[in-house]
Design a protein around this ligand. Structure first.
Ligand code: PMP
Length: 392
């Protein structure tokens, strides 16, 4: 019998599988579950976007595109960055198309981080950043964002975390799982700390279109930050295009040049039909985005009020499509709370600890679901909470 542990890379073996996946796997074995676990829109990609891909296939456009993506799509991304954020990125050498926001993050981190480097990561955060850093042999320096700061990372916290080894600051806002956002003033404070260092900011802006009450501001808009920022973004969330696997990177040309090598050798190019769809999304998709955003906002308010009525405190998320309620007062760990809610009341949410240790006492609830589905989930959560209170 082969000893596979001797064959495999020890660093990879030491990495834990995603805590979100564990919940999906459990769910797949159960019936009658109302799940609020998935971080993807419940909308189908708008028809005109699907049609653009179908047409490209019908016309036989089934070739590889250039490594960086089609010139048409890079031009559309460039125009989008200008009209939305007043940011200038040249389609030729400052933008490239990736396989989802996921690849954009991966390539950015791999291009910057080497063994021994430090990367500052606000927590809780989406699950991919830490494993990628660890696979690079880099050290992750966590900053636990706090409820009392509306889960924002502050300039002071960043300043305190910087050492001579710091190579990268990750800014995952609007945030998955908390729904926290950063304002222009807060980004300006952070910029004051970062300017004058050699630290690269990886700004994950995949939820940029999904904010409620104020528009997203990119840190690259702040004076002196464009030249040290890599923006990772994608089409999945705003256009309901998760399955198309399409994202992009915007960054200064010297960084794009090196990132492109990783993309070139690992991926070659993103799916051609998806790129045709994305051109249509960027040219004619604004109304769809606005429709879905308004719908998420309705759901956000409904779920927030519903949770508060039941007696669950919850931070008012201003972005993405998640709520991050405080469940600590019920005397269970986050995992116990989520497990029992699932097994005893057939309602699935994700324990906060799936997004880092600082998630203890919290849970992530996705509201990318219909109001009917959310109402049903609230009934089940209410019954569970009542049981917990009665048993005290
Ligand atoms: N960043 C964040 C914060 C996310 O939540 C996700 C998906 N859940 C991604 C990146 C990856 O998105 P994509 O599907 O485009 O790879």
């Amino acid at each position: 019998m082969l000893d596979y542990s001797k064959m495999l890379n020890k660093t990879v073996c030491g990495i834990k599988p995603s805590g979100i996946r564990k919940f999906f796997d459990m769910l797949s074995t159960m019936d009658d579950v109302v799940a609020l676990t998935v971080g993807q829109p419940d909308f189908i990609t708008p028809w005109h976007i699907r049609e653009a891909a179908i047409e490209s296939i019908e016309k036989g456009k089934t070739y590889y595109t250039s490594n960086a993506g089609t010139p048409e799509l890079r031009l559309e991304i460039s125009k989008y960055m200008k009209r939305r954020f007043n940011l200038d990125y040249q389609p030729k050498d400052e933008i490239f198309v990736t396989v989802g926001g996921s690849e954009a993050i991966d390539v950015a981190m791999r291009a910057i981080l080497a063994p021994g480097d430090e990367v500052i990561l606000p927590q809780p955060a989406f699950v991919c950043y830490e494993p990628i850093a660890l696979m690079q042999g880099a050290k992750v320096v966590h900053i636990n964002t706090k409820l009392e700061n509306k889960f924002k990372v502050t300039a002071e916290e960043i300043k305190a975390a910087i050492t001579p080894k710091t190579k990268m600051l990750i800014l995952p806002f609007p945030n998955n799982p908390t729904g926290a956002i950063l304002t222009r003033e807060e980004l300006e404070d952070i910029a004051r700390v970062i300017k004058g260092t050699n630290i690269c900011v990886l700004s994950d802006e995949i939820y940029a279109e999904l904010t409620y009450g104020m528009n997203h501001v990119s840190i690259a808009e702040i004076d002196g930050m464009w030249e040290r920022t890599i923006i990772a973004s994608g089409f999945a969330k705003a256009y309901a295009m998760t399955g198309w696997r399409l994202g992009y990177v915007c960054a200064p040309a010297p960084l794009v040049k090196e990132m492109l090598k990783i993309h070139q050798y690992a991926i070659m190019c993103a799916s051609t039909a998806s790129q045709f769809a994305a051109v249509e999304a960027m040219q004619n998709g604004d109304e769809d985005v606005e429709y879905m955003r308004a719908e998420y906002n309705r759901r956000r308010v409904f779920l927030l009020e519903g949770l508060r009525k039941i007696g669950i405190e919850c931070f008012e998320a201003e972005g993405a499509f998640y709520l991050y309620p405080n469940i600590g007062k019920f005397g269970l760990t986050s995992e116990e709370f989520a497990d029992r809610l699932l097994y005893e009341h057939r309602c699935a949410i994700v324990p906060g600890t799936a997004f880092g240790e600082s998630g203890e006492g919290f849970a992530r609830i996705s509201y990318a679901y219909s109001l009917k589905h959310l109402a049903q989930a609230l009934e089940r959560i209410e019954a569970f909470v009542k049981k917990l209170k009665d048993n005290k």
